[in-house]
Structure formats: C-alpha cells, structure tokens
Design a protein around this ligand. Structure first.
Ligand code: SF4
Ligand SMILES: [Zn+2]
Length: 366
C-alpha cells in the first residue's frame, strides 16, 4: 500500500483527522454477516469494449477493505457490510461463488458473458482473496468472455491479471480512482493514493495486455465519484469533466464509470447530510458531464444509484425518472443527443445553483 507523507499523519490534522472521524462513525455499526454468502449478487447489462453484455455482478464478502478499517473514504459505507474479524477462508469464498452460480442458474436463461466481482475492497489484495482462491475463481469462470475485478491500484500486477487472461478471458480491473485531482481525492474523499499510482496500474495492465497475446485483452476501468463532499455543484462538474478527460488519455484505461455520490449510512457524508451540509449531485450535472465528454477516447458510463431520492442523485422528483432513463440510454449507445429529448422547469434552479453556490453556503437547495 503506498504510504501517505508523514505530514498527513500529523496528529489531528488532514488524513489523520478524517480517519479519526470515520473510525468513530463506523464504530456505530452493529450488523454482522455470514462469510459463506456473498454480500449481494444480481444480473444486469453493461457496456464493454465488445458491446453490451449480460453481466453476473457479484459483491464478494472478503472481510472488507483495509483502508476502511483505518478510517477510510468519506462516502463509503461498505465496511459496515463486511464480515467481523477481517478475513474469509478459501472454502467460505468458494461457497459464496457457488451461491452466485446458483443464483444465475435460477434467474437467467443463459450464462452471462460478463462477470463482475467487487469486494468492497480489493479483489487483488491477497489478504482479502488469497492466490489459491483467486486461481480457483479464474478456473470457475474460464468459459466466460470477460471479467471485471475491483482493486485499489497498489495491488494491480501483471501476474495476477495473467491468472485470468491465460484462460482467454478479457480481464478488466476496476479502480476506484474517484477523481484525477490529487487534492480532491486526498482532502474530500480521504483516499490515500495519487493519480500517478493509477497511471502505474494502467501501465501494469498494458503489460498484462501484451503478455496475454492473441485476441485476449487486459485493461482498466476507472470509477469516478461525482460530487465528493465539500465541493460545490459547479466545482464537482468541473472536476468530473477534467477527470474523465485525464483518465481517457491514459494508455490502458478504456472505460470510465462516473458514479454520482449517494448518502450511505455510517459515513462522513451521512453526517454532513444530516446537518444540512451535503446534497447529492443533480442528475442534470451528470447529464451535462456525459454530454460534454462524449467525444473522449474511452467508453463513459454512469449508473446513478438511488436516483430520485433525497439520499441519491436527484432533480425535482418530477423529471428524475426521465433523466435517469436518458442516462441509461447514453450508457448503451454513447449518443449525447439522448439528452436533447429531456427538459424540465427545474433546470433553471439547477443552473442558478451552478452559478451561485459557493462552498461557504452550500447546499443552496434541498
Ligand atoms: S471506497 Fe474503497 S478504498 Fe475507500 S473505504 Fe470504501 S472500499 Fe475502502
Ligand atoms: Zn425537474
């Protein structure tokens, strides 16, 4: 894991203060979960460099993210869903995979071409998923087309990717970069790594891609956070636009997934929200960014979670479903004209917010 500089550990300041606050908030959780069952599993569709595919999406329960145990990111409540005690055995992990395969058999007509595995942490961190489990999971899905594995950049390594590409599976590593701006990632998200670490991970994936040979590919999918806390709506839009552009320019990064922030329990964002200090992004902001970055050299998608609710990205309630539908259309077709077909009176409020909101008086609206 890359080390933050000593100054950020200065007691009671910067990351140290963020981590202290986050540890206190997370310690209020009481839930505990069964290590033999995945956190969640579902079937959906996703846009890949080879077109739209049916996807079996799995959230493996691996004991949770190490960074979250130290305090962790200001918007992330996932640790509250992880197993108590920190680590999950090979047998339990394989039980979770079996249970996902059963879910697929019961609910899908055909096997999904695409498998996505998230862990609320890093699939490639061997403290979460050991080498034995990683290889067994690669064997299990050897007959699929493509796999997406979530990891922090530190753990991305050509050999680990090779465990999957050697079976001829296209392999993408999903990295929660959140933003290309180091200052925003450190101070607003409380994530410890730098954009340079992301670039290194992309370079590792590019080597894995070369090593894979034949038609098999390896690449990076960047996950970005639209509107971290402490940014105004306009600052969030600017930061996201430039982040997408910078990611698309990095060799090896072929897809950017922009995730509008939603208010999860046991997080700093939740505290701010509760005290009227945070509003999730407008769906108009998401649409604006997708429209303006449609010509970058990468697939750009967004899947607003909890759209239309107070704790999720929302407009005025009247138009939320329509704008969400346009965003989902854009994900599949990458055509910015989908946004010309939606409009609503609340656009004027949103434009005013973009123009007038300042960080000392945000949020301007509920
Ligand atoms: S966002 Fe990722 S790195 Fe941050 S605490 Fe959550 S799981 Fe860990
Ligand atoms: Zn509206």
């Amino acid at each position: 894991m890359s080390k933050p500089t000593p100054e950020v550990y200065e007691q009671g300041k910067g990351m140290d203060a963020h981590n202290q606050a986050m540890r206190e908030i997370r310690s209020r959780k009481e839930a505990s979960y069964d290590p033999h069952e995945p956190t969640r599993v579902w079937l959906d569709e996703d846009n890949t460099p080879d077109g739209v595919k049916t996807s079996l999406t799995i959230i493996l329960n691996t004991g949770g993210c190490r960074w979250a145990r130290a305090g962790g990111c200001t918007m992330c409540g996932y640790v509250a869903e992880s197993v108590d005690g920190g680590s999950v055995s090979h047998e339990a992990l394989m039980d979770q995979i079996d249970s996902c395969l059963e879910h697929e058999e019961d609910n899908a007509e055909e096997r999904a071409d695409l498998i996505k595995i998230y862990t609320s942490g890093s699939f490639l961190d061997e403290r979460e998923v050991g080498a034995e489990s990683r290889r067994a999971i690669a064997d299990t899905f050897a007959d699929r087309d493509r796999i997406v594995l979530e990891s922090l950049p530190d753990f991305v390594d050509r050999e680990k990717i090779g465990d999957f590409t050697q079976h001829g599976i296209h392999t993408d590593i999903a990295i929660g970069l959140e933003t290309a701006t180091d200052r925003v990632r450190h101070d607003c998200v409380n994530k410890y790594f730098d954009f340079a670490d992301f670039e290194d991970a992309c370079a590792e994936a590019a080597v894995a891609d070369e090593n894979a040979g034949g038609d098999t590919t390896a690449g990076i999918k960047a996950y970005l956070l639209m509107k971290p806390p402490f940014l105004t709506e306009a600052e969030a839009v600017d930061d996201m636009r430039s982040s997408i552009e910078r990611c698309a320019d990095v060799d090896g990064c072929h897809t950017v997934s922009m995730n509008p922030c939603n208010v999860q329990r046991y997080t700093m964002v939740d505290e701010l929200y509760f005290n009227d200090g945070y509003r999730p992004p407008w769906l108009w902001s998401v649409a604006r960014v997708l429209e303006e970055t449609a010509d970058v050299d990468a697939i750009v998608v967004s899947d607003p979670v909890g759209h239309g609710s107070d704790r999720g990205p929302h407009n005025c309630q009247e138009c939320d479903d329509r704008v969400q539908k346009a965003i989902k259309d854009f994900d599949l077709r990458q055509d910015p004209s989908v946004f010309e077909q939606v409009s609503c009176e609340c656009e004027l409020t949103w434009e005013t917010v973009i123009e007038r909101e300042r960080s000392f008086n945000q949020p301007l609206t509920r």
